[in-house]
Design a protein around this ligand. Structure first.
Ligand code: GLY
Ligand code: MN
Length: 354
């Protein structure tokens, strides 16, 4: 049995949708474990993966009976094959965020679908709640991330460039069991730290720099996400105060995170605390983490949204003073019935490197 596809079919049934064309490769991986170019068709009777000669062998050898997937090579298909997939289906869903207009026209022409309907992120919503296997993989990714931070504290020295450090992060991940990066690491030193998504440069690490490091790896497809802001040589008292404030905001948010808690309220509390200290939260307070580094839910005060048990969330308040400095502290946590568990556990007191 494929429980993820079963769950999707139940949801489609309740919306009176009789089939679905899945185009987002990450959603295809989630439902089938297939890592290949192609389209997944959830038809009335079967689940069909349409691919081409480059992938047929690899996909077939990765599937088991329990995957409940039939693989079709597009080269051998004729027009009638396409037309038969959704025969007698009134409504067929598609992923409106992934299908270009050109692809949309192609789908309409090939499959002869009566009514092609938007599915409003139905699979992304399903992915918000992680199962046991997903949680195990994210935990492992977080563990490797913590190990990497421990390594970096001893490794980083004055005179190294941001790029060298970013390179060593990737190397560490691969040497320690990860598949690779979850995203390009952010290694932002000195004034570069004021840009939340600073691009690594050839700037050398200098005495007195703030060093913001945002890193995450992938383990069996699943991501981790952690940021630490550390100090080179020394840390000013004024900066210490701001660091403590950001850390307080993060810990306050973490202390409120549990099944049923309203994301809007948690975010508002964080925004207000920053506001009292004359800072604005210029990005989301956090986001879901899973097969994608950024997935649902987004932590925002714009609308009501509840946390649920077994969501995995990155919580990342930060303050940024243009052309001066930035401080962000981020952890990946697992939501439980009564609270949440930190999956990244690197130290958060002032880390000063020589
Ligand atoms: N840690 C990268 C991000 O959340 O954007
Ligand atoms: Mn993040």
């Amino acid at each position: 049995m494929n429980p993820r596809i079963k769950c999707l079919r139940n949801q489609l049934n309740s919306l009176n949708i009789e089939g679905m064309i899945v185009s987002n490769p990450i959603n295809i991986k989630y439902l089938t474990n297939i890592d290949a170019e192609g389209e997944l068709l959830i038809t009335r009777r079967e689940n069909i993966f349409l691919t081409d000669g480059r992938y047929v062998e690899a996909v077939n050898s990765a599937l088991t009976i329990d995957s409940e997937i039939i693989v079709w090579d597009k080269r051998g298909m004729i027009r009638e094959d396409y037309e038969n997939y959704f025969l007698f289906c009134e409504k067929v869903g598609f992923e409106e965020s992934y299908v270009t207009y050109e692809k949309y026209k192609q789908i309409m022409q090939l499959y002869k679908i009566n009514e092609l309907v938007e599915t409003e992120g139905i699979i992304e919503k399903q992915r918000r709640i992680k199962d046991e296997e997903e949680i195990t993989n994210i935990k492992k990714a977080c563990e490797i991330t913590d190990q990497c931070f421990t390594f970096l504290k001893n490794y980083i020295k004055i005179g190294m460039t941001e790029r060298e450090i970013a390179y060593r992060i990737e190397e560490f991940f691969i040497k320690n069991g990860a598949e690779g990066l979850a995203f390009n690491p952010i290694v932002a030193s000195g004034t570069n730290s004021s840009m939340p998504h600073s691009i690594v440069s050839d700037k050398k690490i200098e005495e007195g720099d703030i060093l913001l490091i945002d890193l995450g790896c992938k383990y069996k497809g699943y991501c981790s996400d952690m940021t630490r802001t550390i100090f080179v040589g020394k840390v000013d008292d004024t900066i210490k105060n701001i660091y403590d404030m950001v850390l307080g905001v993060q810990e306050q948010a973490i202390s409120q995170m549990k099944d049923g808690a309203n994301i809007k309220n948690i975010t508002k509390v964080a925004e207000q605390e920053l506001k009292i200290n004359r800072f604005d939260l210029i990005h989301a307070l956090g986001h879901g983490v899973g097969l994608d580094i950024h997935e649902a839910p987004v932590l925002t005060s714009k609308y009501d949204n509840l946390l649920k048990e077994n969501m995995v969330i990155a919580i990342e308040p930060g303050v940024y003073v243009p052309k001066s400095f930035g401080i962000r502290i981020e952890d990946t946590v697992l939501i439980t019935k009564n609270g949440c568990i930190n999956l990244t556990n690197s130290e958060k007191n002032y880390t000063i490197i020589a």
